[in-house]
Design a protein around this ligand. Structure first.
Ligand code: CTP
Ligand code: CA
Length: 223
């Protein structure tokens, strides 16, 4: 069943959200991936939905289920995620919360690789994946507001500010995922919002609260 869209400041607006990891196959039983539960992306999609937006939720294989009341497009690889985002355009805003694998395996195999008894592992050839955030930031159908995420372990604000400029997006939601913080895989997040105006440190709060605050800011900007 399709739930009716909520009434709210984002009614009539379309937002694309990417979420979760991507899986880059090595063979039918093995893959390369980033660590990502998909919790923050799912929370952002739910918060946008609650403000009345139509949400296209493009998700890799995440641990948490997608929220109800959004249009779910399930993908596996970065290339599939890019194509799904393109197919979902046009949109008023895009929030790229996915932990996209930076590389894919070029010499993957249709058959399971077997140990050959030599003790030597197979040599994997890798290629860089398309950068979905950079691509959408320059796309002819660029959404009015493009938001990226940046998980960093060092110099969070400086790295995220440089990343915002490099990628050409409007905002970066940066967080410190150093092991000591307990952010990675946890239920809370402590983020810094980087905009053209500078860096804003938000207090540590539940991922759902970060999502609600981000969705409210998006509504102020494109609502
Ligand atoms: N991103 C993307 N496509 C990629 C890689 C990243 O859309 N192929 C997006 C992520 O969803 C995130 C932002 O770019 O919103 C930043 O991701 P991050 O991995 O921090 O950036 P990278 O440019 O890959 O830099 P790094 O070398 O630090 O991993
Ligand atoms: Ca990366």
């Amino acid at each position: 069943i399709r739930l009716a869209l909520a009434d709210g400041p984002l009614k009539g607006r379309h937002v694309i959200v990417t979420s979760g990891p991507t899986h880059e196959p090595i063979d039918p039983v093995r893959y390369i991936a980033n660590r990502s539960s998909g919790a923050q992306g799912a929370a952002v999609a739910a918060a946008l939905r609650d403000l009345g937006a139509r949400v296209s939720f493009v998700t890799g294989p995440a641990l948490v289920p997608p929220p109800q009341g959004v249009d779910v497009v399930a993908v596996e690889t970065a290339q599939q995620m890019r194509d799904a985002v393109e197919a979902a355009l046009p949109a008023d805003a895009a929030v790229m919360a996915a932990a996209v694998a930076d590389w894919r395996v070029l010499n993957g195999s249709e058959r399971k690789l077997k140990k050959d008894g030599s003790g030597r592992p197979p040599a994997l050839e890798m290629a860089e994946n398309p950068d979905i955030l950079s691509w959408i930031s320059q796309a002819p159908q660029r959404p009015r507001l493009v938001v990226g995420f940046a998980a960093e372990t060092d110099d969070v604000t400086a790295n995220a500010t440089a990343k915002r400029a490099r990628k050409g997006c409007d905002w970066i939601v940066a967080n410190d995922v150093s092991p000591g913080t307990g952010i990675m895989g946890g239920s809370e997040n402590a983020v810094t919002l980087i905009t053209a105006e500078g860096a804003e440190d938000w207090p540590r709060m539940a991922k759902g609260a970060v999502a609600a605050r981000l969705a409210a800011r998006i509504a102020e900007t494109i609502g």
